[in-house]
Design a protein around this ligand. Sequence first.
Ligand SMILES: Cc1cc2nc3c(=O)[nH]c(=O)nc-3n(C[C@H](O)[C@H](O)[C@H](O)COP(=O)(O)OP(=O)(O)OC[C@H]3O[C@@H](n4cnc5c(N)ncnc54)[C@H](O)[C@@H]3O)c2cc1C
Length: 413
Amino acid sequence: MRLAVVGSGPAAFYCIQRLIKKAKFPIHIDMFERHPLPFGLACMSKFIEIGKSLKNFYGNVLIGDLRKPLSHQTHIPLKRLCERYNSILLASGATGANKLHIHGSEHIVTSVDFVALYNTEPNDKNNVELIQKISKIKHVTIIGNDIARMLLKPKSELENTDINKGFLENLSNSINTVLIIGRKSIYDVQFTAKEIREITNINDVQIKLNKREIYPEPSVLSKSKKRVVDLLLSSASDASNIKKKTLEFKFMRVPKCVHKMNEHLTMSVGKYRNQNDILVPSGEHEHIETDLIISSIGYAQENIDTLIENSKITHPTGKLLTNDSHCMLYSAGWAKRGPSGVLASTMMDANITADAILEDMDKQLDHESKHDMLPINNYVNWESAIRIHRKEIENGAKYSRSEILSLANTINI
Ligand SMILES: Cc1cc2nc3c(=O)[nH]c(=O)nc-3n(C[C@H](O)[C@H](O)[C@H](O)COP(=O)(O)OP(=O)(O)OC[C@H]3O[C@@H](n4cnc5c(N)ncnc54)[C@H](O)[C@@H]3O)c2cc1C
């Protein structure tokens, strides 16, 4: 049986691990990953070991006809894989970002794109422009969760990481105010106490929040949440700025629209108030002047191919019902469940998907012979990917990811 695996994150490796442990027949497994390096959002050393059982690893290969390939990527529609494999496992995660549907949302950068920027993930050209723009940005507004630490840490703390060096150079002297806007109240913050401590320990950053807006603590509040709230309140002051940089929190505000004038943005937000522990619109609005707005409101599933556009995922097996009876489609991980859950839940559902694949194999549904893969010219193979991955770990502080990846040119791209 020939199995194509789309994506190389934890779901893919957990599923393969189960398949090779339990299969009664040899399985030819090829893995396709859009990035040059494997492992998705999380890498564990045992994945490197599992990877040895792959027949082929095709890094730098984008699967799906609904995605626009980057200039250096090889691109294969799912239909082509269906012609050559008995089964396909979609383990492509949830690579999109939730977006705000408000007037002017085109001026908002998603955190998925922003993180890709400082991680030097291959992305589209606009990001180069954004990196250049960073040096002029003084005021950043973040809607939702936190990427503030990255923006406020001094250069000296970040230069020992594998952060994109162009990004760091431009970042270092510019941003002096970061504002975090939350739809809910301080009692709903998603930070951990450790994260708050990390923020408060950044040198020369003043934490600001308007304590007059904080309503009394609700009767039901978990101990850990109470610790986070206390920490935030004790580290915050609404005095005028005495430090070089400011991190300000504004809770109970919902973005309404964004306007752009020259290079400056104005975001209008609706304010909410507490009414018997329920947040209701207060009727008040506020205008926030800023240079950059980043929305960080979660990942979203994105369909990768028209072939699966109208198909349904059957739960819990992860099987996809399509019109193509010659190729079985399965899903695992965030591609199956959506962007929620940690590695443990990803492993559990990858195991269920693997069992469904094995069951179909046993029913002889999958043994039809298929042709070999068409030659793919522009890809990173497993040995090179792991060599680069190890280099990155050894030299992360010395080189940026882009420099490490450029090693790929000398290997086999
Ligand atoms: C910020 C963050 C922090 C987290 N921290 C933790 C933590 O501390 N502990 C924990 O247990 N869990 C954590 N998680 C959750 C964990 O990362 C997920 O459970 C896990 O990564 C899901 O695995 P996956 O394989 O489904 O998706 P992913 O890890 O996203 O892997 C999907 C892979 O598919 C590739 N891909 C996507 N589209 C295509 C395509 N069209 N063609 C080819 N390849 C494609 C992607 O590049 C990626 O490599 C965190 C998640 C996030 C977002």
